[in-house]
Design a protein around this ligand. Structure first.
Ligand code: CMC
Length: 427
């Protein structure tokens, strides 16, 4: 028998198995706790709860380690491509040359949208936030691709997964085009996944669009950095929505809605807006003081993380990518100096050191995306585009598990106990 944890409730002792993963903290299996003790556990925010078993992504927050299927994020960012990392997440192993070529071909051939979807966009206001458009359009995909929504059929799951990964750049680029009043640009099968996205976003039918290789590489790397991140809020949302048997397009739309919040994917937009507001390095201390003030709701955006209590390894890669993009585009945004100085001041301040608050993936990404030409409202859209592969891989992992059950948490009820209804004229 493996390790056991003992819990004493109302004088009775109960044993619970301690499960061991391949790496990471042990997990106490409390599935029988309610049946045996009549008690629930209380963990709002899930700070101590493993909500599922997964073989996709591992994070060691204390050491600042992020592994996809065992491979460190730094190695993937340096050597892999977003398509290859997507294959790895979906299939568990790095592809052979032929497997990668076949996967890229499949994704490339699913990038076009149903023509009727263009009309769907026209229902939105021109000034709609592109994340609002993403929630709506991705949710609507199930109305257009109903032929791949039988989740009990592995082939349907595969096709819908490929469709989601392939169409997300087209949907995201169209959200941008709609907001600037330019025509939608059709995908070009000659280009890479990322080059195609850049062309659909920044190209116009009136002239040839030339993909700048260094920008394409940086963008692809940003996609790799956002591809998956264990059981974060939006991924847990996708899993919970999917646990009821909802179709994958609906589940990913739910994930996009969750990602939008400023505590999650919306932080990249908020971080750049904050840097713009700070402006020059001489104003940093004022904002550091505000972030430390308990009576001020202001937080340093792009700083802190639920899991990382060390430097987010994605932020390290992101920081070095800033210079590559600046060099390729021959630009130099002074906000980068402000960001570097802000990081330096924050990391030498006891408040941030004691609370283990470090830059996260969102701190530097906005500077790169802004240099490439994206408006801040598109930042979270790019996060959603890349995270789609993680959501889809996690959703597939869940649905393929024969022991999968609907997610149904319980609560600590603190409302009124039973009482009798009082007719209106007697209140
Ligand atoms: N600035 C100032 N203080 C902070 C910050 C910050 N960015 N983040 C956390 N703290 C303080 C917080 O006030 C609290 O202090 P105390 O213990 O005295 O009450 C302590 O640190 C712990 O914070 P928490 O809110 O209890 O921690 P959490 O794990 O619930 O929240 C977080 C994590 C990411 C939501 C939070 O750090 C935050 O709001 N950061 C800014 C938003 C951000 O950058 N989000 C992107 C996350 S990474 C991308 C992604 O995966 O979505």
């Amino acid at each position: 028998m493996g390790d056991q944890a003992k819990l004493s409730v109302a004088g009775a002792e109960h044993d619970y198995a301690v499960l061991k993963g391949s790496v990471g903290p042990d997990v106490i299996d409390i599935r029988k706790l309610y049946a045996q003790t009549g008690a629930f556990t209380f963990d709002p925010g899930f700070t101590s709860t493993a909500s599922c078993e997964s073989a996709l992504t591992y994070i060691d927050g204390d050491e600042g380690v992020l592994l996809h299927r065992g491979y460190p994020i730094g190695q993937l960012a340096e050597n892999s491509s977003f398509m290859e990392t997507s294959y790895l997440l979906l299939n568990g192993e790095l592809p052979s040359k032929d497997e990668l070529a076949s996967f890229e071909n499949t994704i490339t051939r699913h990038t076009m949208l149903h023509e009727q979807l263009a009309n769907f966009y026209r229902g939105f206001r021109r000034d709609a936030h592109p994340m609002a458009i993403m929630c709506g359009v991705v949710g609507a995909l199930s109305a257009f691709y109903h032929d791949s929504t039988d989740i009990s059929d592995p082939e349907h799951r595969k096709i819908s997964s490929h469709r989601l990964i392939a169409k997300m750049p087209t949907i995201a680029a169209a959200a941008y085009k709609y907001s600037v009043g330019q025509p939608f640009v059709y995908p070009d099968n000659k280009l890479s996944y990322t080059g195609n996205f850049l062309r659909m976003t920044f190209g116009v039918p009136a002239e040839e669009y030339e993909v700048i290789p260094a920008v394409e590489k940086a963008m692809d790397r940003i996609f790799i950095l956002h591809a998956d991140h264990e059981q974060n809020a939006s991924t847990s949302t996708v899993r919970l929505a999917g646990s009821s048997g909802a179709n994958p397009f609906a589940c990913i739309a739910a994930g996009i809605a969750c990602l939008w919040g400023p505590a999650h994917g919306g932080a990249n937009e908020a971080a750049l807006n904050m840097l713009k507001e700070i402006g020059t390095p001489d104003r940093i201390q004022h904002y550091i003081d505000r972030a430390k003030d308990k009576n001020d709701p202001f937080r340093l955006m792009g700083f802190g993380h639920r899991v990382y209590k060390n430097y987010d390894p994605r932020a390290t890669v992101m920081q070095s990518t800033v210079r590559e993009v600046f060099d390729a585009l021959k630009v130099n945004d002074p906000l980068f100096e402000t960001a570097l100085r802000l990081e330096e001041i924050a990391l030498s301040d006891p408040y941030f050191a004691e609370k283990k608050l470090f830059p996260n993936v969102d701190f530097y990404s906005g500077i790169i995306l802004s240099a490439i030409g994206f408006p801040t409202t598109m930042f979270t859209v790019l996060f959603a585009l890349a995270r789609t592969v993680g959501w889809v891989a996690q959703w597939n992992e869940m649905i393929s598990d024969p022991g999968q059950k609907i997610g149904r948490p319980r609560q600590l009820y603190t409302g009124p106990t039973q009482r009798d209804y009082v007719p209106l004229d007697q209140r």
